[in-house]
Design a protein around this ligand. Structure first.
Ligand code: ZN
Ligand code: ZN
Length: 408
């Protein structure tokens, strides 16, 4: 089987794990239509009832940002909200191919982008909440686009850059291995060991320190749960929300972060790069911040709502992992977050506290689970990162030394 079909099959089988008679909603850039068609075939062969494709077009989005009247950025069409709500209610699986030019929105008025993101987030709040509680299955993956490949491999001619990015992606998702599905089983076992260690340790807090200036203590909720790799959906079968995935993650106590957190990789946020940025936290809230590049984008992001200034995810990724070992900044969060320890600003996964998926907003807030219209991951991992687990009685246990897990 050709590599790309092998990859398409992995997304259908291991990613969304499509079920007999289930509908697949596939979101994909128009530039990647060839790959979308391969996915479509694999989905039908695996028993899908229908494959519904939503084509994305970032060039058209750029023209809209540049030329449309201002008021449209506060709107989100009702038909589009109905689309997501309806297919989610019907139990569809949602597969998103994420591939953007990291410089596509350079120079666009950042308030237009953030207002539109907010309008979309508000309209799709119920859909996203259901997704983050695993009420329906979903998967985010990537394939190269020309502009993205040239950003990652600037010295290469375009076709070579695209080829190189394909290779990097196929390595990251283990499709270059003899039996990718089996490779993912073995990887899952390795993630399970880390998850068990962290769930057994029941740390009250984690302290992060490295030489670029991070010194942060973040509390964890009493009944927090760590996850990694596959997630179980409401119907009881396992899917993989991100491909690749190298992280184990949980929710932080959203009022419990104190200290300074320094980014270790650029962040591509809605087509703008934010670089060399940092946050100061007091009792969970960002009280000061800065960035060498993209400060206005960062400012807009933090201003989204109250929860946007608090943490919603703590994720541990060894510095020695198949993605970071490639030594490539992907400028695509799906890859960069799986090459590096990261946090997210914004909404936390309700699954990460005991009973969280059955809690209402007030109960989640009382449990310390952050809520926001945004969930934006950013990278903080480095080769010298040390993480110490602090237990309820104050005793300490090393979790990371020199960028890697103490347990293997
Ligand atoms: Zn993550
Ligand atoms: Zn995340």
């Amino acid at each position: 089987m050709e590599m790309m079909d092998k990859y398409a099959r992995l997304l259908i089988k291991t990613g969304v794990n499509i079920q007999q008679g289930q509908t697949l909603v596939l979101s994909c850039p128009i530039e990647c239509s060839d790959f979308a068609h391969r996915v479509q075939k694999q989905a039908y062969q695996a028993g899908a009832r229908e494959v519904v494709i939503r084509w994305g077009d970032e060039k058209s989005a750029r023209i809209t940002y540049d030329l449309a009247p201002s008021e449209i950025f506060d709107e989100f069409p009702a038909w589009s909200k109905t689309f997501y709500d309806d297919y989610a209610a019907k139990g569809a699986a949602f597969l998103t191919i994420l591939a953007t030019d990291p410089d596509m929105m350079k120079g666009v008025d950042p308030s237009r982008i953030s207002r539109q993101a907010k309008a979309r987030g508000t309209a799709l709040e119920a859909y996203r909440s259901a997704q983050m509680s695993n009420k329906h299955t979903w998967c985010v993956a990537s394939v190269p686009t020309r502009a993205w490949a040239q950003k990652v491999f600037p010295g290469m001619a375009e076709p070579l850059a695209v080829e190189a990015l394909w290779q990097a992606i196929l390595t990251a998702v283990r499709v270059d291995q003899h039996d990718p599905v089996d490779a993912w089983h073995r990887h899952q076992e390795a993630l399970d060991v880390r998850v068990k260690f962290l769930n057994d340790a029941r740390f009250a807090a984690l302290r992060y320190r490295n030489a670029i200036g991070t010194d942060l203590t973040v509390k964890l909720p009493d009944n927090h749960i760590w996850f990694g790799g596959g997630d179980e959906c409401a119907k009881g079968y396992v899917f993989m929300a991100n491909l690749p995935t190298e992280e184990v993650f949980t929710a932080p106590q959203c009022r419990g972060a104190n200290g300074r957190l320094v980014s270790s990789m650029p962040l591509n946020h809605n087509g703008n790069l934010i670089e060399d940025f940092w946050f100061s936290f007091k009792d969970g809230v960002v009280v000061d911040y800065g960035a060498r590049q993209g400060l206005s984008t960062l400012k807009e992001l933090l201003a989204t709502d109250e929860g946007a200034r608090m943490l919603g995810e703590v994720a541990l990724v060894p510095h020695d992992s198949p993605i970071s070992n490639q030594g490539i900044p992907f400028y695509n969060t799906l890859f960069d977050e799986n090459a590096s320890c990261h946090f997210a600003l914004g909404k936390a996964y309700p699954t990460c506290v005991q009973g969280g998926t059955d809690m209402d907003k007030e109960q989640l807030a009382a449990a310390g689970v952050n809520d926001s219209l945004i969930h934006v991951d950013f990278m903080v991992g480095s080769a010298d990162l040390a993480i110490t687990g602090i237990q309820k009685d104050g005793s300490e246990l090393p979790v990371f030394i020199d960028g890697n897990f103490v347990i293997r």
